[in-house]
Design a protein around this ligand. Structure first.
Ligand code: G3P
Ligand code: MG
Length: 249
């Protein structure tokens, strides 16, 4: 079994880097998380039209770039010409949507552990998981701490289970689904990543007693972080990991 220290090197995970302080899922955001002492960052991976693995959250370009339309319809070259920072603040104008390789390099340079969330666009679930995992595997050596692979998509996690069986996995859920025990067994996950939707200590205890780790997203209130960790959660995802670390002392 994979120990908790391997899954989460510290209880505070930088969500999309440090997305309260820099544009989410950009290199600037991951560098910010590293500067603020985060030991681990989470990010979202998907594919461009020409099958390049990129780090990007939404299905569409509008919210976090100056482009329009579905991400799955744009080539990597065209995507690289878009501004992914100006929407956040003028100071970040010119930031690009990074390739997965760039983000993995950045994480390795800054000694950041990673939680790679498979975030496939519609109808590209298996393909996304295959390409993203193959891309990450090229950059991984056996001595490195393995990335923690997570997804809301059970089909994507099944691909991860089959292609990268030794890399730990987490099933993402908003609420605890009724079939969580069955799914955890089928997908052979080590953890559940639960949304902080009125998450109770009893729910956390139930999952922990079943032998699974629990990380909770997205928690930005230090009091709530303390409460969840005291209730047995192993980690939380936060948009400002430095502030949470400071508050925890
Ligand atoms: O992986 C935790 C969290 O990122 C899941 O939700 O929408 O922020 O990717 P989302
Ligand atoms: Mg995510």
């Amino acid at each position: 079994p994979i120990g908790l220290a391997t899954l989460y090197p510290s209880p505070v995970i930088g969500h999309r880097g440090a997305c309260a302080l820099a544009p989410e899922n950009t290199l600037a955001s991951f560098r910010q998380a590293a500067r603020d002492g985060a030991a681990m960052v989470e990010f979202d991976a998907k594919l461009t039209a020409d099958n390049r693995a990129i780090v990007f959250h939404d299905d569409d370009l509008e919210r976090t770039t100056d482009g329009t339309g579905p991400v799955q319809d744009i080539t990597f070259e065209a995507l690289s010409g878009l501004d992914a920072g100006g929407w956040f603040s003028p100071a970040f104008q010119g930031a690009q949507v990074p390739s997965l390789e760039e983000v993995l390099d950045c994480a390795q340079d800054h000694d950041l552990a990673i939680n790679l969330e498979l975030k496939p666009c519609p109808n590209r679930v298996e393909e996304t998981a295959r390409v993203v995992l193959a891309t990450a595997a090229l950059q991984w050596s056996a001595d490195d701490r393995p990335p923690l692979i997570s997804s809301f998509s059970r089909a994507a996690l099944a691909v991860a289970r089959d292609l990268a069986p030794s890399w730990p996995r987490a099933l993402l859920c908003d609420n605890l689904p009724d079939d969580w025990r069955e799914q955890a067994a089928i997908l052979r996950v080590q953890a559940l990543h639960l949304g902080d939707v009125e998450l109770s200590p009893a729910t956390i205890a139930q999952v922990k007693n079943h032998g699974l780790a629990v990380a909770v997203w997205t928690v930005n209130d230090p009091e709530r972080v303390r409460f969840l960790l005291a209730a047995g959660a192993d980690a939380v995802f936060s948009d400002d990991p430095g502030a949470i670390r400071k508050a925890l002392g």
